[in-house]
Design a protein around this ligand. Structure first.
Ligand code: ADP
Ligand code: MG
Length: 691
């Protein structure tokens, strides 16, 4: 057994007992943990072009100091124009942005900046329009130029520079001692690089090739271990015995009567699948995929009612309070005095007062509540049910296997339905959710209006706002969405806030405008969302906090600002918030994509509204190493790699895992693998009794 998992980082050069704590905040306790703390991204600082060598018409990475800056409103077309002068040695280049007035607060003379964009000549001056930029905030970011630099996730007390130094020392001292987890035979068959070399190149790649082979090796290893745990989980699961629900004849018909509309064929098909799962003795574990607006919630109500019909309880968990409340209300609407008579339903969120919560806990325990709908609050420890036999989890990508297991553990192996609006391409589905059965709703309710999508360059925003005002005047509501990216949070929020203020004074003066974002005081966002739902607001300026499942049928217009900054699937998800009634809807993407990827993303969203097509194109467009967007796919359980870009590795790893488990189901012959999963990825093994 390798000693690296026993070697505390405390004994590494430059760490010691005091700094050890900072590392622990990053989840790093041992040298092995440190090796597996991979860079969030890399920066290729090898190809920076000196300003004096820039060639008009070409794309360049330029690094320099901000020598001057200035912003103004142009008289002719009322555009805002912001410009900086970037200097290196003695040469200068102008960088210009339109309609992003908040940039004035971002750049300061003396800042070191890296920009990327197309160089042009304007009035005999070198200029780059709307370049991608990065402001190098601290000295250490400037170190190690002229190589591929790792950028790590940080925490208080640890800087990039320091972490790079510690990592380099640790690699020199210990990399050679790393033990191979992947069996020799498999490594050979799949041409995988040695572990120690790969780990080294994950941190300090010499070139793209070294990085790619390291990435392939590390990805394979993680997928392989992940697959083994998925297969084991499945094996354990199907041996369990849960509750066999009795679903009498005519139950379906009765259920259908609760709704003022006919269920789609796809909804009915999935309901039958759930019914036969629930009638079986071994527990259901089913993933329901359906595009936004396809009507998944109602399908989960079927499971709830089947449980209640058997005298048991059901719970439905949503990722946010707004969604939980929305589900709660629609449940009441359909079932309060519906075809099944009285159903006792309760809402459980962290907004409940202590007393109310205690009372609800008591009622759940004694069985005087049939259905409970709530948020994470459902996972709390003290919560017990009398007899929970059905569990539904909405927007699965926000939760992991851990939460799923926790919620199921509240019952005695209840039937579990997890739902996601993020379509997962077929190739991926088996690999990632091999422990689940899968249902798909591939059809939208009839009579839904069409969503038309358009793309306009950022400088046409004024015209777009004018159209939006016309539509809103006619009674529809509108969303205006701004990107907020973690690394750029403060600046992004400011942009949304500034525009909100401006809209209220200018473009949308005669309308009721609201603003929601992730940094509002607790509860406030919800109040504003509720106002919007109740049509007490006409226009909602919002960031990406806008709920995945939010249902405001009268909101039929959406403007997505700086659309080039969103991922493809994310754009599709956002757009799914409109087009939820019989009226047609309009989605406008404002933005100026610079890269080809960015252009194809916007094109794809304009062309199709089919979530599955989008997901597949997303896969094609994404280049390797792109971390962005991973969380939308519920892949947060995988730490190292992005399965979206590595299908072939993923399939190879799955094949090897299947074969291995087949020949050694208890992993007796492969103790190293078993221990490694347990140690490195304990979350993979949750609820595997064989583990
Ligand atoms: P999602 O799959 O995105 O979670 P929801 O379950 O929120 O979708 O459903 C979206 C809207 O469509 C809701 O207002 C719901 O009442 C409505 N709906 C669901 N099924 C149908 C149907 N068969 N016909 C008409 N409207 C439906
Ligand atoms: Mg939903």
């Amino acid at each position: 057994m390798s000693a690296l998992n026993d070697t505390s980082i405390q004994f590494l050069k430059g760490v010691g007992p005091a700094r050890k704590k900072f590392f622990e905040n990053l989840g790093v306790f041992t040298v092995e943990d440190l090796f597996y703390l991979f860079p969030r991204r890399y920066e290729d600082r090898r190809k920076i072009t000196p300003i004096s060598q820039l060639k008009p018409g070409e794309w360049h990475v330029v690094k320099g100091e901000v020598a001057a800056k200035g912003g103004r409103w142009t008289y002719i077309n009322k555009k805002h124009l912001f410009e900086i002068v970037l200097m290196d040695d003695k040469s200068r280049v102008f960088c210009t942005w339109f309609n992003q007035p908040y940039l004035e607060n971002c750049f300061h003379p003396g800042d070191q900046v890296i920009v990327y964009g197309k160089v042009e000549v304007f009035n005999h001056k070198l200029q780059i329009i709307s370049p991608e930029y990065e402001i190098l905030r601290s000295q250490e970011e400037l170190r190690n130029s002229a190589r591929i630099v790792p950028i790590y996730p940080l925490t208080r007390g640890i800087t990039q520079k320091y972490l790079r130094k510690v990592m380099a020392h640790a690699l020199e001292r210990y990399a050679a001692e790393l033990i191979e987890v992947v069996p020799e035979l498999i490594r050979h068959r799949r041409s995988l690089a040695p572990a120690s070399e790969s780990i080294w190149h994950m941190h300090f790649p010499d070139d793209d090739k070294a990085y790619e082979s390291a990435q392939a090796r590390v990805s394979f290893e993680e997928f392989f271990l992940f697959q083994i745990s998925v297969i084991l989980r499945r094996l354990t699961f199907i041996k369990k015995s849960g509750y066999s629900h009795f679903i009498p004849e005519g139950f379906h018909q009765r259920f259908i009567r609760a709704f003022p509309f006919a269920l789609t064929t796809a909804q009915q098909k999935v309901i039958s699948e759930i019914a036969s799962d629930m009638a079986r003795k071994n527990p259901m574990l089913r993933l329901l995929q359906g595009d936004v607006g396809s009507g998944k919630t109602i399908v989960s109500f079927f499971g709830c009612m089947a449980a209640v019909g058997n005298g048991h309880q059901a719970s439905l968990m949503a990722p946010t309070e707004i969604l939980a409340e929305q589900h709660y209300r629609s449940f009441i609407q359909y079932f309060m005095d519906g075809p099944f008579g009285e159903v006792r339903v309760a809402l459980l969120t962290s907004a409940l007062k202590k007393k109310e919560k205690a009372a609800l806990y008591a009622r759940l325990k004694e069985g005087s509540v049939d259905v409970v709908i709530g948020t994470h609050a459902l996972l709390e420890e003290g919560l017990e049910f009398k007899q929970l036999s059905f569990v539904a989890i909405d927007e699965q990508h926000k939760f992991g296997v851990k939460q799923r297991a926790l919620l199921s553990s509240k019952g005695f192996d209840p039937d579990v339905l997890v739902m996601t609006a993020t379509p997962i391409p077929r190739t991926l589905c088996l690999t990632l959710y091999g422990d689940l059965d899968v249902s798909v709703i591939d059809e939208k309710p009839k009579g839904r209006g069409e969503i038309k999508t358009f793309h306009f360059p950022g400088d046409q925003a004024e015209g777009v706002y004018r159209r939006v005002a016309e539509w809103v005047r006619k009674g529809t509501q509108a969303y205006i969405v701004y990107p907020v990216i973690e690394e750029n949070e403060a600046i992004d929020l400011k942009a949304a806030e500034d525009m909100y203020v401006r809209f209220k004074e200018l473009e949308f003066k005669s309308f009721r405008v609201g603003l929601v974002h992730g940094k509002l005081p607790r509860g406030e966002a919800r109040v504003i969302m509720e106002k919007f739902k109740a049509h007490e607001l006409d226009i909602l300026v919002t960031t990406t906090v806008l709920e995945v499942g939010i249902d405001v049928p009268n909101a039929n217009v959406m403007v997505i600002e700086n659309a080039e900054r969103f991922g493809l699937s994310q754009l599709h998800q956002l757009r799914g918030r409109i087009g939820r009634s019989e009226k047609s809807a309009v989605c406008i993407l404002l933005g100026d994509p610079v890269s080809d990827d960015g252009k194809s993303r916007l094109e794809a969203v304009v062309k199709t509204t089919n979530g599955f097509t989008i997901a597949e194109q997303d896969l094609e467009i994404r280049g390797p190493g792109q971390y962005f967007g991973r969380h939308q796919h519920g892949l947060n359980e995988l730490r190292v790699v992005n399965p979206l870009t590595q299908i072939s590795i993923l399939e190879a790893a799955r094949q090897e895992a299947v074969d291995l488990v087949k020949s050694d189901p208890s992993l007796k012959k492969n103790p190293l693998i078993k221990q490694t999963i347990k140690r490195r990825y304990p979350e993979y093994l949750k609820r595997v009794s064989a583990g």
